[in-house]
Design a protein around this ligand. Structure first.
Ligand code: NAD
Length: 491
């Protein structure tokens, strides 16, 4: 099997990156582009042996990496970020071909954020300190110490951004990393390995094991050498990972799915509400934070829906490399079938497609029409389960209490978006909805310093800002006795 493939003119190594060397596996999997369902290359499929080698390499590299000063690590991570910026266009074109997301988004926002994931956390740790406290004459110091080998398992919907959002703080913290990229979009992780080598990251500090979830991912989750496990993905996989890691008492950080509401009150700026609703079709709805359940106050429901439909009909669907395209295709044939299954079952049980409702037959392939379903059955899977496609539902409510009850009526709690012109209502409702992030009259305003994560089945823990270091580090409390202390302060 060839060791590299060329994607949009960019050479990508399809082997693992372990201990600063390229390593091939005897077995491979085929990486397919969702744009045209054509193969992009054969990628090494790792399993327990490759995971073991990668964890060993990460363990060997850990003492020296952890012993570097924060400044020394930060300087190296800044060089990684510079390398990402220098190769941003290559990363953007490869990512687009690999997962079908818009090239213009990768260029404008995603790849700049990838570099930031290294710079921000390196700088934050450089400045992170806690003033010593005096307790009964003793001096108490809190420090954030490196914790060991960190496993990072990530999904395909924003592959490099989501991987580096965990790899950046883990490395800044002084941990070494074994990353398992998504099998439906594995290529940019390999380019990241090249960039870290060029930046001078010592061998073994970042390792990349390619492969399928039930093999490479499962072996990594169960490895006794892992000291932190950071996972972004679906709830069923999270359960398997938690069970595999449990015997080794590995701290877990999980960012999982969502079924977030967009709650529109009659007092809202309806034009804003309409724009926010149509934004949910971005990335063909393959966004964990998406507000796919439109909950609209009865008195404005018809006006709101009419305006949403008018605006949504202007969405341009097409090739993600075309600047004019607003939404593109779904990531894979199995995912396409899954999304359509949700829609067809909803239609079969009485839902009405007021927009879309099936594949885009003009474009063919994996293109799915932006879809809005009304008359959905309360409590049915279309309003409780994550579809992860361009599919919105609309339901109406009468009172503020109804709105809160409907917003909270899922097992998830990742985000909620409220649109209201009443500041008092904004305060009341935002405090009553269960979600890791609540946006009032806005959407997707994200900052690396903000805590990020979900309630319920949307995740475990929070990352972002210092919360990331609370997870990736072993926090230590050291108590210094005063000079001449003779004992006797124990209570
Ligand atoms: P997934 O759970 O199928 O896969 C995610 C990763 O887990 C992949 O790398 C996969 O190979 C690996 N994996 C699969 N089986 C495994 C196993 N048995 N052991 C270990 N690893 C295994 O999820 P997906 O379909 O790739 O991604 C979509 C999901 O990710 C959605 O639910 C979405 O909401 C979620 N997501 C959440 C966030 C967030 O920040 N909350 C962000 C993006 C995506």
């Amino acid at each position: 099997m060839p060791d590299t493939t060329t994607v949009e003119g960019v050479a990508v190594d399809t082997r693992h990156w372990i201990g600063g060397r390229r390593v091939a596996s005897a077995s491979t999997f085929t990486d397919v582009s969702p744009i045209d369902e054509q193969p992009l290359g054969e990628v090494s499929a790792g399993g327990p042996a490759e995971v073991d080698a990668a964890v060993s390499a990460a363990q060997a590299a850990f003492p020296a990496w952890a012993a570097l000063s924060r400044d020394e690590r930060a300087d190296l991570l800044h060089r990684v970020a510079d390398g990402i910026d220098a190769r941003a266009e290559e990363l953007a074109v490869v990512e687009t071909r690999d997962n079908g997301s818009l090239l213009r988004s990768h260029r404008r926002s995603v790849m700049p954020r990838v570099g930031m994931n290294f710079r921000y956390f390196a700088d934050l740790l450089r400045d992170l300190s806690h003033p010593d406290r005096e307790i009964r004459g003793h001096r108490e110091r809190i420090t954030w110490d490196p914790a060991g080998v960190t496993a990072v398992i990530t999904p395909w919907n924003a592959p490099l951004m989501l991987a580096t959002w965990r790899i950046g703080p883990a490395l800044a913290a002084g941990n070494t990393v074994v990353a398992k990229p998504p099998e439906w979009a594995p290529l940019t992780a390999s380019l990241l390995a090249d960039i870290t080598a060029e930046a001078g990251l010592p061998p073994g500090v970042l390792n990349v094991v390619q492969g399928l979830g039930p093999q490479a991912g499962a072996a990594l989750s169960a490895h006794p050498g892992v000291r932190r496990l950071s996972f972004t993905g679906s709830v069923p996989t999270a359960g398997l990972i938690a069970a595999a890691a449990a015997p080794h008492v590995v701290p877990l950080s999980f960012e999982l799915g969502g079924k977030s509401p967009l709650v529109v009150f009659a007092d809202a700026d309806l034009d804003l509400a309409v724009r926010l609703a149509v934004e949910q079709f971005d990335n063909a709805g393959q966004v964990c934070l998406g507000a796919f359940r439109m909950l609209v106050q009865e008195s404005v429901a018809d006006e709101f829906l009419g305006a949403v439909l008018e605006r949504a009909r202007g969405i341009v669907q097409g090739d993600p490399r075309d600047e004019a395209t607003d939404i593109s295709c779904l990531v894979s044939r199995p995912h396409f079938t899954r999304v359509d299954g949700f829609v067809q079952r909803a239609l079969a049980t009485g839902a009405k497609a007021v927009l879309g409702g099936g594949p885009n037959t003009e474009l063919g392939g994996l293109f799915y029409r932006p879809t809005i379903l009304t008359e959905v059955v309360p409590g049915s899977e279309i309003v409780t389960e994550e579809v992860f496609g361009p599919v919105l539902t609309m339901q109406t409510f009468r009172t503020e209490d109804d709105a809160v009850a409907m917003a909270n009526d899922t097992r998830f709690g990742l985000a909620a978006t409220l649109v209201t012109g009443d500041p008092g209502r904004a305060e009341r409702v935002s405090s009553r909805v269960s979600a890791g992030t609540v946006w009032v009259n806005c959407f997707f305003v994200r900052d690396l310093g903000a805590p990020f994560g979900g309630n319920g089945h949307s995740g475990i823990g929070r990352e972002g800002g210092v919360h990331s270091f609370d997870f990736y580090c072993d926090i230590k409390n050291t108590v210094f006795a005063p000079t001449g202390w003779t004992g006797g302060t124990k209570e």
